[in-house]
Design a protein around this ligand. Structure first.
Ligand code: HC0
Ligand code: SF4
Length: 579
C-alpha cells in the first residue's frame, strides 16, 4: 500500500494507483474531462489529453495530471493552489477557443461536462478566441448525430467503441484544429460497421455525440387529428425515467410513466412488455423445436440459439459472425413484434387502415431508432414502428409539456397490448431474456409446473456468465454476455467448439438498463444495480410470472395467430439476417 498526502489529508491506496484515485478516496474533488475509468465494466480511457486535472506534486517542477500520474509512497500533493487553479482556467479557455458557443441550442446543454466546468470556473470569455476554429460537417445517422465541431478529443468514445464494444469504428484523425474522432476515411457512421449501440454517446462529455432526437415528430403525430397514436414503453425505461424528472434513482415509475403518457395525449398506452411475453412464446418454442431436433440427431438443427432482440447485437453479428447467421433466433425483437401486431391485429380491432395508426416507442436504446427503419420491418413503405424516442427524450417531452411528474398518480397501461407477466420487465436486465425463456421452456418441455421461477445463476453483472440449468431430463448450458466485447468472446468460444444450448446477448453494460438512450449513468455501477432492482422487484410483484400465462397473449393466439411458429406467426413475428 502507498501512503499519499493531499491538501493536508492522508490516505493509503494500493500500489499502481494514481493521484486521482487517492483524491477520490479522500473525497477531494479534482475536475476531469477525458478521464473514464469504470473498473466494474473494465473501461479505462488512457488518453490523459485534457489536462484539467493537473495538481502540484512536492519536489516536481511541472504540474502533473492527477489521472495519469502514479502515486508514490509518501507523495505530497496540492490540488488547490493558485498555480493549479490558473492552469485549469487556461486549459478551459483553450478548449473553449476551439468550441462553438451555441449552448442555447446544444442537445447536451445542462448535461455537458465542459459547460459545467466553464460555469464552475466563471469563464465568461476566452482570451484565445478569434483565431482559427474547426468546421466539420454534421453526420446524421438514424440513431446518432456527430457534431464534431464540439469534439474535445477526450477519446472516451473511442475507448468505448474499440476496447469495450470491439466495434473499431472510431479513432482520432487529423491534426491541430481539424483533429476529431471519426470513422475510417471519415465515412458517415451509417456506412460503417457501427452497431448504433450508443455507448459512445453515453460517455461523450460534450455535445459532439448525441441521439438523433425525434421528440418533435411525436408532437407532430399527436397534433394530427387524422391519426390514432399509440405508445409502447420498453422494460428498462421505467427503471430510469424518474432520474431525469427529480425522482430518486432506484424508484419504479411505471405507473407515473403511464399517467404522463396519457397526459401527453396518446390515444392508447401500451407496453413493450406485452410483446416481450410474445417473444418468449415464439423464441422459446423455436428453442424447444431446435433442441428436440438436435437431440434427435438432426444435423440441420442449429444450437446454441442466440437471442435476437437487441438490434445493436443483431448488427454486430451480421458484420462479425457471417458464418453463423443461421444460429440466432429468427424471432423479431419485442419492439418489432409489437409494431407488427399493432398494425394488423390491433388496427383491425379499431377498424382502421395501418397508415392511420402511428406506433411510437419509448426505448432506453438508440439502436432501436435504426432497427425501426430497417426496410424488412415495413409493409408497402409503412413502417411497423413509426417513431422511436429514448428515455431522455421522453423526460424532455414531459418537462416541455409542463407535466408535474412527481405528483402524478400511478395509472395502468391499457388492454390488450399493455398487459404483461413478471417475465417481461426482466428483459431489461442482462440475463433476463434467458431467464424468462427458461421459465416458459421448462413448463412447455416437461409439462410440469416450475416451482422456483427465479434462476439466480443467470443474474448478476459479470461480463460473461455461464450457467447449467436442468430442464426435465436435459442439462442445458447457457451463456450470457452484456457489452459487445464480451459477446465477441463468448461467440468465439462457440466457434472453437464449446457446447452451449442457448446464449443471450445485450449490447449495453448491464443490459438495456445501461442503454445509450437512458439518463446518463456516468458508468456508475451502483446506479445500474439500482435500476436492476427495480425490474426484479416488478417481476416479483406480478401475480403471473411466466409469459405463457399472459391471458392477452393466449387470446392473441386463439383469435389471430393460431399457435407459436404458425405460418402467420412466421410471417409477422420472425425475420432474417443479412450479410
Ligand atoms: Fe430492451 Fe427489448 S429488453 S431490447 O433492452 O428483448 O431497448 O428495455 O425494449 O425490443 O422487451 C431495449 C429494454 C427492449 C426489445 C424488450 C428485448
Ligand atoms: Fe461504436 Fe456503438 Fe458508437 Fe457505433 S454507436 S460508434 S458501435 S460505440
Amino acid at each position: 500500500m502507498l501512503t499519499v498526502h493531499i491538501d493536508g489529508k492522508t490516505t493509503t491506496i494500493p500500489a499502481g494507483g494514481t493521484i486521482l484515485d487517492a483524491a477520490r478516496k479522500l473525497d477531494i474533488d479534482i475536475p476531469t474531462l477525458c478521464y473514464l475509468n469504470l473498473e466494474d465494466l473494465k473501461v479505462n480511457n488512457k488518453a490523459a489529453s485534457c489536462r484539467i486535472c493537473v495538481v502540484e506534486v512536492e519536489g516536481r517542477r511541472n504540474l502533473a495530471p492527477a489521472c495519469a500520474t502514479p502515486a508514490t509512497d509518501g507523495m505530497v500533493v496540492k490540488s488547490n493552489t493558485l498555480r493549479v487553479l490558473n492552469a485549469r482556467k487556461t486549459v478551459l479557455e483553450l478548449l473553449l477557443s476551439d468550441h462553438p458557443k451555441d449552448c442555447l441550442v446544444c442537445a447536451k446543454s445542462g448535461e455537458c461536462e465542459l459547460q459545467d466546468l466553464a460555469e464552475k470556473f466563471g469563464i465568461r470569455e476566452s482570451p484565445y478566441d478569434g483565431g482559427e476554429m474547426s468546421h466539420y460537417r454534421k453526420d446524421v445517422s438514424p440513431s446518432i448525430i456527430r457534431d464534431m465541431d464540439k469534439c474535445i478529443m477526450c477519446r472516451r468514445c473511442e475507448t468505448m467503441c474499440n476496447d469495450i464494444q470491439t466495434c473499431g469504428v472510431l479513432s482520432g484523425v487529423n491534426r491541430g484544429f481539424t483533429a476529431v474522432v471519426a470513422p475510417a476515411f471519415e465515412m458517415n457512421l451509417a456506412d460503417t460497421v457501427c452497431t448504433n449501440c450508443g455507448q459512445c454517446v453515453a460517455v461523450c462529455p460534450v455535445g459532439a455525440l448525441v441521439e438523433n432526437d425525434n421528440s418533435w415528430d411525436v408532437v407532430d403525430a399527436l397534433a394530427d387529428p387524422d391519426k390514432v397514436v399509440i405508445v409502447q414503453t420498453a422494460p428498462a425505461v421505467r427503471a430510469a425515467l424518474g432520474e431525469d424528472l427529480g425522482i430518486a434513482p432506484g424508484t419504479s415509475v411505471t405507473g407515473k410513466m403511464a399517467a404522463a403518457l396519457r397526459r401527453l395525449g396518446f390515444d392508447h398506452i401500451f407496453d413493450t412488455d406485452f410483446a416481450a411475453d410474445l417473444t418468449i412464446m415464439e423464441e422459446g418454442s423455436e428453442f424447444l423445436d431446435r433442441l428436440t431436433r438436435y437431440l434427435g440427431g438432426d444435423q440441420t438443427a442449429k444450437l446454441p440459439i442466440l437471442t435476437s432482440c437487441c438490434p445493436g447485437w443483431v448488427k454486430f453479428f451480421e458484420h462479425n459472425f457471417q458464418d453463423m447467421l443461421d444460429v440466432p433466433s429468427t424471432a423479431k425483437s419485442p419492439q418489432q413484434m409489437f409494431g407488427a401486431i399493432a398494425k394488423t391485429y390491433y388496427a383491425d380491432m379499431l377498424g382502421i387502415p395501418r397508415d392511420k395508426l402511428v406506433v411510437v416507442s419509448v426505448m432506453p436504446c438508440l439502436a432501436k431508432k435504426y432497427e425501426r427503419a430497417r426496410p424488412e420491418f415495413s409493409v408497402d413503405g409503412n413502417p411497423d414502428v413509426d417513431i422511436v424516442i429514448s428515455t431522455r427524450e421522453l423526460a424532455r417531452l414531459i418537462k416541455r409539456m409542463n407535466i408535474d411528474f412527481a405528483s402524478l398518480p400511478d395509472e395502468d397501461f391499457d388492454a390488450p397490448l399493455g398487459e404483461s407477466t413478471g417475465a417481461a420487465p426482466i428483459f431489461g436486465v442482462t440475463g433476463g431474456v434467458i431467464e424468462a425463456a427458461l421459465r416458459t421452456a421448462y413448463e412447455l418441455a416437461t409439462g410440469e409446473t416450475l416451482q422456483k421461477v427465479d434462476f439466480e445463476d443467470v443474474r448478476g453483472m459479470d461480463g460473461v456468465k455461464v450457467a447449467t440449468v436442468q430442464v426435465g431430463p436435459h442439462e442445458l448450458r447457457i451463456g450470457i454476455a452484456h457489452g459487445l466485447g464480451n459477446a465477441r468472446k463468448l461467440l468465439n468460444r462457440v466457434r472453437e467448439g464449446e457446447t452451449f444450448h442457448a446464449i443471450e446477448v445485450m449490447a449495453c453494460p448491464g443490459g438495456c438498463i445501461g442503454g445509450g438512450g437512458q439518463p446518463y449513468h456516468h458508468g456508475d455501477i451502483e446506479l445500474l444495480k439500482l435500476r436492476t432492482q427495480v425490474l426484479y422487484a416488478e417481476d416479483a410483484g406480478k401475480p403471473l410470472r411466466k409469459s405463457h400465462q399472459n391471458p392477452y397473449i393466449i387470446e392473441l393466439y386463439e383469435k389471430f395467430l393460431g399457435k407459436p411458429l404458425s405460418e402467420k406467426s412466421h410471417h409477422l413475428l420472425h425475420t432474417h439476417y443479412f450479410k
